[in-house]
Write a protein that binds this ligand. Sequence first.
Ligand SMILES: CC(C)(COP(=O)(O)OP(=O)(O)OC[C@H]1O[C@@H](n2cnc3c(N)ncnc32)[C@H](O)[C@@H]1OP(=O)(O)O)[C@@H](O)C(=O)NCCC(=O)NCCS
Length: 198
Amino acid sequence: MEDNIIEFGELTSSQKEEAVELFLEGFGKFMTFSKNVELKKKLFIEIFDPKLFLCYLEDNKVLGLMGLGTNKIRPINFKKEICQKYFGKFKGAIISKQMNGVFQKPAVKSDKELYLDTLVTHPSNRSKGIGTILINKAVSFGNYESIVTEVFSKNEKAIKFYEKNGFVISKRHRFTIMRFFGAGYPIVITKDLRTICK
Ligand SMILES: CC(C)(COP(=O)(O)OP(=O)(O)OC[C@H]1O[C@@H](n2cnc3c(N)ncnc32)[C@H](O)[C@@H]1OP(=O)(O)O)[C@@H](O)C(=O)NCCC(=O)NCCS
């Protein structure tokens, strides 16, 4: 099944659009910098890292998307010139600065940790094992000792999903401005890979 996974950069233009739509389906509510969905789609197609986003395909349709990061690189870079191309000089510069303050901040400290930045599967294809296939791909990606991710406390389905896949809760960020999004507070969850034979 891992054979069905390819890098974002290898997708056709229409598959890239599907991948971005999937991303917005899962995480669009946090992308409040613009209400213009068409412009946001165009932007994300250009700012997704072609190698760090992995896509699960069935019958040429994108049914799953995973973005991976490390302590040096993260998979979504709101590059100033690209933001300005779609949102104008002033607004584009603000979007770039604000969004990269979150999305380009190193999410893990050690180079032995892999950060699971984004994971989303197609709503009508959930509970079919696609999320698990993508997690298994992350497990065999490089030579890391752990995978770290963050999930909001109200996203009980995702927390249960990660726990079933061997993640354990390592930290709760109860006091954060993120609470205003209504999704609860971020929980850091970690999967130890040191005992797994790859
Ligand atoms: C969280 C998410 C990625 C899980 O993806 P998924 O494709 O549904 O994952 P899986 O199918 O591997 O596992 C989900 C459930 O299906 C079950 N399952 C797995 N394989 C199965 C199969 N072949 N047949 C039936 N059920 C199966 C799993 O046991 C799991 O059960 P649970 O919900 O009781 O824990 C998905 O719900 C999602 O995209 N949510 C929105 C975005 C999000 O919240 N992302 C996580 C935060 S970053």
